[in-house]
Design a protein around this ligand. Structure first.
Ligand code: UDP
Length: 236
């Protein structure tokens, strides 16, 4: 698939056009940002790991009935995906208290929740992705009631599927962020599923194996991505 012009460049990815208007190429970079891009750096081979991890998880979700934008892997850092009209809502699912939930509500990190918490953030870098609720989403027209319902159900189903996949690989799925978009009248899962967008802890030691190692200078950042890659992609 021929790579054409750069359509979009984000913090961790680039999106290129192809000859087919329905398809684009998603290229994964090693660049990393945190705290609304106040902290910047690179993580060695992150793009390679995230491309492979995302591809593996998208294929797994598709096999279990979750429609995604993934079409096929093109190279070490690139996947062919369906072009989406992105819904400007980031959906976060939480199983264990961490990150902004711990901070905002003054809670200790690490407590397992009795059932998942679903949150929505308005996807807007200039505003720092503020927390919003279903009324904001539907009344302001970010998504219809039907789309929101579908997105919420899908997010919870994805959580169940990912937890079932990760458990035998010794990984706890603490929380994660999803993005959805419209493609030919359907809502598809988009973006990526990787240690950039998920918190993964080792189930035995609770060692952090995700972007928190970069956010909080915990060291061995690349090693954590490599370890998640090994556990997800090296076991069929
Ligand atoms: N997340 C993300 N992109 C964002 C914000 C959050 O991928 O712009 C992910 C993050 O990696 C974590 C989950 O969503 O797995 C919940 O993040 P949280 O709200 O705790 O925010 P954080 O403190 O990580 O910025």
């Amino acid at each position: 698939m021929e790579k054409r012009e750069l359509l979009y460049e984000g913090k961790a990815k680039q999106v290129y056009a192809t000859a087919d208007p329905d398809l684009v190429i998603q290229h994964f970079k090693d660049d990393a940002t945190a705290f609304n891009a106040q902290k910047r750096g690179t993580i060695g081979n992150k793009g390679v790991y995230n491309n492979a991890i995302s591809a593996w998880l998208f294929r797994y979700l598709e096999e279990h009935g979750v429609p995604t934008h993934y079409v096929r892997t093109l190279g070490e850092r690139e996947m062919l995906v369906r072009r989406l009209e992105i819904i400007p809502v980031e959906v976060v699912v939480r199983n264990i208290i961490a990150g902004s939930l711990a901070k905002r509500l003054g809670l200790a990190e690490g407590r397992e929740l009795p059932r998942p918490i679903l949150e929505h953030y308005y996807k807007n870098d200039a505003l720092g992705d503020p927390l919003i609720n279903p009324w904001h989403i539907t009344v302001l027209g970010f998504a219809s009631e039907g789309e929101l319902d579908e997105i919420n159900h899908r997010a919870l189903r994805i959580n169940e599927l990912l937890r079932a996949f990760l458990e035998p690989r010794g990984l706890l799925l603490v929380d994660f962020k999803l993005e959805f978009g419209r493609h030919r009248g359907r809502v598809l899962l988009g973006d990526e599923i990787s240690p950039d967008t998920c918190r993964f802890w080792d189930a035995a030691t609770r060692e952090k194996l995700d972007k928190d190692r970069f956010r909080f200078d915990l060291g061995n950042v690349e090693g954590a991505y490599a370890e998640v890659h090994r556990r997800i992609c090296a076991t069929a």
